[in-house]
Design a protein around this ligand. Structure first.
Ligand code: MRU
Length: 333
């Protein structure tokens, strides 16, 4: 099953309900899509790229105008709302812009609608192929018997399917390698415990769930051979990924554990540098509460960045669909 797809409308797995329930959500309006993105019903950079593309296509299908200019104007307005919904993962704006660009070449309204949907479908299809290629390239870096640390969820749930970091692990397992995964729970929204440990268990890949702060201790004991994560944006100087990634990268460097980042070319930002990127700050209650349980005083000051930036010097290799690049080498445009 894909994470997000079009089947008589826009459908997605509601990731906020996993691992307890696997519920399919039908998204009927742009407002509903923005809510789904902000509350992480759909999440992960490549899945957000697909959501951006499908969102603009949805706006085109919903538009009642019969001339292309007005349909495109509605798509642009929808695109702006979607783009603004989460600022850090570059794939979201990339997906929006790609569908807008494709549709802008069409002359009549029906052609715009059809082209928009075809382009959104192409993004989704390509994501699957790209992840397979990332997996195949990255599997070369994993050896039989490796114990691999990962953070957050860079698996099939973060993409249209297969996954980036988890795609590399899946490919290594498919080649017959015995891989043991350590999944960090990923406070405060628990993408590691709720999603990574769930999808790996579903595939029968051995996974041990750990608290985020356990990674250094495991490395010190020589129990982690490699670390591999995904990315939300890769600038010329840093990798933006889920908060906590930087700490794992520094610990990996200290303990001489290779630290790999797996991401498609659509996650690379050739324009901005670390200092220019907006890191999303999320609701303090994500830290103060756990569901209905109050974990901290209701009014305690909270700092809750969703992402951090890891300087490229801590990254042993970038694994992409075009091959493996060891910083400062970057993939060609
Ligand atoms: O806040 P999220 O769950 O959208 O954050 C996702 C991540 O940080 C992932 O590691 C990243 O998007 C890579 S997904 C292949």
């Amino acid at each position: 099953m894909r994470t997000i797809w079009w089947e008589e409308g826009l459908k997605m797995i509601d990731q906020t309900l996993l691992p307890e329930k696997l519920v399919i959500l039908e998204v009927k309006t742009i407002r509903q899509l923005v809510e789904a993105i902000q509350s992480l019903r759909v999440r992960g950079a490549p899945a957000l790229g697909a959501a951006g593309g499908y969102g603009v296509a949805l706006a085109a299908q919903k538009s009642t105008f019969s001339d292309s200019e007005n349909v495109i104007q509605e798509m642009e307005m929808a695109g702006e709302m979607i783009r603004q919904s989460r600022p850090t993962a570059i794939n979201l704006a990339w997906g929006v812009d790609r569908v807008l660009r494709a549709a802008s070449r069409c002359e009549d309204a029906d052609e715009v609608r059809e082209r928009a949907l075809l382009e959104a479908e192409a993004i989704a299809e390509e994501d699957l192929a790209v992840n397979r290629a990332i997996g195949k390239n990255g599997a070369r870096l994993l050896e039989d018997g490796d114990r691999v640390l990962t953070h957050c969820n860079a698996g099939r749930l973060a993409c249209v399917g297969y996954g980036t970091a988890l795609g590399v692990i899946r490919s290594a397992v498919a080649e017959g390698k015995d891989i043991q995964v350590y999944a960090c729970e990923t406070r405060p929204l628990h993408q590691g415990s709720r999603l990574t440990s769930w999808e790996l268990s579903q595939d029968g890949i051995p996974v041990t769930l750990i608290c985020d702060s356990v990674s250094g201790y495991l490395m010190r004991k020589g129990k982690i051979d490699k670390a591999i994560v995904g990315a939300d944006r890769i600038t010329s100087d840093a990798v933006f990924n889920k908060i906590g990634t930087y700490s794992h990268a520094v610990l990996a460097r200290f303990h001489q554990v290779p630290f790999y980042v797996a991401a498609p070319l659509s996650t690379f930002d050739r324009v901005l540098q670390e200092a220019d990127v907006t890191v999303e700050e999320r609701d303090p209650d994500e830290v103060r509460r756990l569901g209905t349980v109050q974990l901290a005083p209701r009014d305690v000051e909270v700092y809750n960045p969703a992402f951090d930036a890891t300087p490229l010097e801590y990254v042993s290799a970038l694994i992409t669909e075009k091959g493996i690049f060891r910083p400062p080498l970057m993939p060609p445009v």
